[in-house]
Design a protein. Structure first.
Length: 160
């Protein structure tokens, strides 16, 4: 029975990985993209956020300030906005005004959000090259990014 459960979990993980990499979302220019197309990095940090979410704004500010540090660690950041139709017009000006250096995608129907079982925002999920989840965090407190970076470094070093 334990073997069957393990095989089922592994199969679900493989399916989820492929679904995440191939899921189509719209970028800020209105073009359709998949997460799999958007990076050549070893790891991808997907940051779920919304314009009305105060902790999201703090997390995005910290991610923006530390963007180069993440790239140096071979981690691509991709923002995924989950604003609904009423707030969608605010997203592009918000990103431009704050000079967000990483790509931002729209998940207005929350397909990726739901696929990954995100229950709160901000949410940061880090994937390895095979689109396996290696780190997950929901919620954010100012200054917490250093702790997150440290935890990620430990996970990445263990996998090397």
């Amino acid at each position: 029975m334990k073997t069957l459960i393990l095989i089922s979990m592994l199969a679900n993980s493989i399916l989820l990985s492929q679904d995440v990499a191939d899921l189509e979302l719209t970028d800020m220019n209105g073009d359709i993209q998949t997460l799999g197309q958007m990076t050549e990095k070893e790891f991808v940090l997907v940051d779920f956020w919304a314009t009305w979410c105060a902790p999201c704004k703090i997390a995005m500010k910290d991610l923006t300030e530390n963007y180069e540090s993440f790239l140096d660690k071979d981690i691509q950041i991709i923002g995924v906005n989950i604003d609904g139709p009423r707030n969608l017009a605010k997203v592009k000006p918000y990103v431009k005004t704050r000079k967000i250096p990483y790509p931002v995608l729209y998940d207005t129907n929350k397909s990726l959000h739901e696929l990954l079982g995100v229950t709160g925002i901000p949410a940061m999920i880090v994937f390895d090259r095979k689109w396996n989840i290696i780190y997950r965090k929901e919620g954010y407190i100012s200054g917490e990014l250093k702790t997150i970076e440290s935890e990620l470094s430990e996970i990445i070093d263990q996998g090397s």
